[in-house]
Design a protein around this ligand. Sequence first.
Ligand SMILES: [Zn+2]
Length: 154
Amino acid sequence: MSATFMESTHGKIHLCYLGYRYYGKSKNQNGSEYWISVKCNATATSFSDLSVVVRDEHTHLPDGKEKEVLEMRKILKYKIIEESGSIDRIVEEAYHAIHAQPQSIDLIINLPAIHTIKNTLQKQRRKTRPPVPQTIEQLPSPLPGVYCKTAQGE
Ligand SMILES: [Zn+2]
């Protein structure tokens, strides 16, 4: 990976490296440049051959990953509301799909634990549909509209 540079909205040059963005702090005598993360205190030095040395750990995710994690959670939320399959199965299938892609290791590390995400999704589903009745006596009368529809939505 080598450094790339982009112009910020304020016309300043930013260093982009491995998904992190830095602003320029100072230029050294030997032509290398000293940078600071735009989101935390991590610092980096870039050299004229475009190599970069990062000195500290970032306290946040790289830009692309944050978006991926959000996207994944959005898809899961949509699925548990739109589909009637068990939450366990939906979540496990989703996690399985990411595990199948070796480049997604970062994504897995940054996702909440599988039981945490299942709990969150259980709550979201309970908000959007009534619990499944255990016995025929528990069926509310008249039936709520959602149970009067066939799978085809009729
Ligand atoms: Zn940072």
